[in-house]
Design a binder for this molecule. Sequence first.
Ligand code: C2O
Ligand code: CU
Ligand code: CU
Length: 546
Amino acid sequence: MKNINKERRRFIQKSSLALSSTIFSKWLSANPAVIKNHKNYQFKADVEIEIIARSANIQILKSGPTTRVQKFYANLLKGPKNSLQHLKGNYLGPILNFTQGQKVRIYFKNQLSEASIIHWHGLHVPQASDGHPMYSIPEQQQYIYEFEVLNRAGTSFYHSHSHQLTAEQVYYGLAGLIIVTDEYEKKLELPDGEYDLPLVIQDRQFNQRNQLLYSNHMPVRMTGFLGDNILVNGKPNIEFNVKSRAYRFRALNGSNSRIYKLAWDDGEPLIAIGTDAGLLERPVTKPYIMLAPGERVDLWLDFSGMDLNTERKLISLPFSGAMPPMMEMHQGRKSKMGMHGMMMNSNLAHGEQFSIARFKISVKTSNSPRLPDKLVTFNRFSENMIDNANKPIPMGISMQPMKPQLNKRSFQMYDVTDFETVELGSYKKISIFHDHGQQSERQGRGGMMGKGMMGKGMMFSMAHPIHMHGQQFQILSRKMEGMRKAAYETVKDGFIDSGWKDTVLVMPGEEIEVIKPFQDYKGLFLYHCHNLEHEDLGMMRQFKIV
Ligand code: C2O
Ligand code: CU
Ligand code: CU
């Protein structure tokens, strides 16, 4: 008990230090972050799960010592048995299987030696169950989440969301998949059971003793941490033994900053049936699919007609624009010396080609489900549903030295601007764009790069995956301007804009307009860059729904 109190005090000190004292006192009375550790007896849960975060030793690499990780363990206290799907010997948390309409209560127990909180990325839940960092709990404490599953069928994921600890905690293992199903999906008879598999893609670095390496150095954090070892579902060099039939693979980019350009190695196009937390209206065929941190894509991988023991590889194709131009140049040379070494942080450059997973036909069958022409129906959002068509909510991306920001502001626990305040029930147009303007002017005149050639804005221009909590949005338009058109050419055919999104990759020079609904719950809901190093550096803001 004494110990808990001491920890609690330390935590409170730490969190109040993180806020400027004026803002803290101004908001403390208005917005007390009530750590929810009592259950609401009125809330009749269909599913009750206990999730424990603690450190563990897991055999990740095939030989040698186990790796120290942080891991979500879970026990099902109430509800259908398949609500939890444990992945044996894995640092990833179990897969949570929910059905639309279910009421879920989760007891989160923090047994780490630092603060933590879980966010259900993709789920539309009340503020108090959304894992806002204000609810971060110290070690040995408990947080109780209660929410109804309002989402339609789709793939989401849960991960830690403790401010300034998110990147590290996710990297060390605190993440897992969430699968939601509903009535409409069941009627489609999509591949299920052993034919519906996760494809969680993450990059990691290991040292000689098989321990995870992570770097907190500012140059690394400014571009994002990259690993040189590609793990799928928590394993390196993964090979799936498949039957010669169609499968559903739920791909999630769970990496801190690496973007993937998914493709078949034999040049066959990829087929997607879903995007972030939702099925598409109809399947989409793409030569390749861009998958940025936080994004999901439901893939229809069809091995029909392939011969026994033949193989197919899912790879990431080369592309550019993920990094600032100067660093891409250095990456190209693969130099790790001197200044370059400081800026680069991985042997596997961002945008380089590599293999992700191999699929080997181990059973021949002629019995395969057919790809449906139509999947689900949903309303397309249009400009006449919104009241701010000519005045979109801005999300300006900028990179100040050591400070990636949104609208030239950094995250403050309770800080909300006027334009971040939206009415409950409204639909808003949001414009996400690169806002390096002023910087590049100033830099252009007196600066080192010379005007018109490469202003500072452009020097720092890189791709950012922008994520918004709450309900999924729809993409209205994309515009590409600016100097990095050549980079854009390498990625532009890989975006799926016809489905639900909660995370969208914004390439350098790109402006994306979306329409987002703000229904059901009042309160504070975050939006941020899902490059987790950027998020922790403060590239995060929030909406206040009133
Ligand atoms: Cu997946 Cu606020 O994050
Ligand atoms: Cu989220
Ligand atoms: Cu970013």
